[in-house]
Design a protein around this ligand. Structure first.
Ligand SMILES: [Zn+2]
Ligand SMILES: [Zn+2]
Ligand SMILES: [Zn+2]
Length: 293
């Protein structure tokens, strides 16, 4: 690990004649940020699309017809590897394909932000992890989300289950920090119109999706972030999702270094065009993007 840092440092001495230049220090920082090995964690976007995904069935718009792989968005989900812990945030209808696409063979837990189907619809496929790890699978969510899971996956919660039914262990979380395998996760309360949703902070990164407002008192938990991830679906206002200007103003308010936007819909421009329209340090996420923090 130290060797890698040393090599990069030596390379930088060769490349930069003017070591007093701002660019020199910026690039050194950039290289450091790119080195997952010396950071606490990584986040991989498994899906960055809105509830119907992009492209949308039957739509002929420019975004849905785009050939750019950045415009192919599965339902929103993120894989976090942090201090030895591997957790997935949300498991929507694309969960199975997302696990296959990224070759994920182990998860310690799934955290659910809320009970909407585009975030929970893939949980039947937890069966693969039941087999692989030979255990019931831990899910962390709020009591109201558990109620929905017990309805939607009732066959997994009956006394006499058929062999091979998915097996879950439901763990209750709320507004207070909690730990999985000794690693602390800080929940962030937000609202999706009136529906309470949870975002999650891991060290210097926070991931919040399906929010249209964040209560004032929660901003305390959002100080000192390197990376903030927020949902948006379009530029104009929406009853249950941040608009682009609203997401940017939340970012400015909490003072994070970078903002990535997810849960994107075909109502936004194509990825490349959208990226060019956004202010400094604000980026559209795309499926497969990996961030170190
Ligand atoms: Zn959603
Ligand atoms: Zn479309
Ligand atoms: Zn939702």
């Amino acid at each position: 690990m130290l060797n890698i840092a040393l090599v990069i440092f030596l390379q930088s001495l060769i490349t930069y004649k003017d070591k007093n230049s701002i660019q020199y220090y910026k690039d050194i920082l950039y290289l450091r940020e790119d080195l997952a090995i010396i950071m606490d964690g990584t986040l991989t976007f498994m899906g960055t699309g809105t509830s119907q995904g992009v492209p949308m069935i039957g739509c002929d718009c420019e975004v849905c017809k785009s050939d750019d792989r950045h415009d192919k968005r599965l339902r929103a989900s993120a894989l976090i590897e942090y201090k030895g812990l591997t957790v997935l945030i949300d498991a929507g209808p694309d969960f199975r394909y997302q696990m296959l696409r990224a070759n994920v063979r182990h998860l310690d837990a799934i955290l659910l932000t809320h009970n909407h189907k585009d975030h929970t619809g893939g949980l039947d496929d937890i069966r693969s992890f039941n087999y692989l790890e030979n255990r019931a699978f831990p899910i962390y969510c709020e009591p109201y989300v558990q109620k929905t899971l017990k309805m939607e996956y009732s066959y997994a919660f009956t006394e006499e289950k058929y062999p091979g039914a998915p097996e879950y262990i439901l763990n209750t979380i709320g507004d207070n920090p909690f730990s999985i395998n000794g690693v602390e996760i800080i929940p962030i309360r937000a609202y999706h119109n009136k529906l309470p949703v949870l975002g999650f902070r891991f060290g210097k990164l926070a991931y919040i999706t399906d929010a249209s407002s964040i209560p004032e008192e929660e901003f305390e938990k959002l100080g000192g972030l390197d990376i903030l991830i927020l949902n948006t679906i379009r530029y104009s206002s929406h009853h249950s999702h941040f608009s682009v200007p609203e997401a940017v103003s939340v970012f400015e308010k909490c003072g994070a270094k970078r903002l990535y936007l997810t849960h994107l819909s075909h109502q936004l421009p194509r990825h490349e065009e959208f990226a060019a329209m956004l202010p400094k340090n604000v980026y559209p996420a795309f499926d497969g993007l990996k961030l170190s923090f």
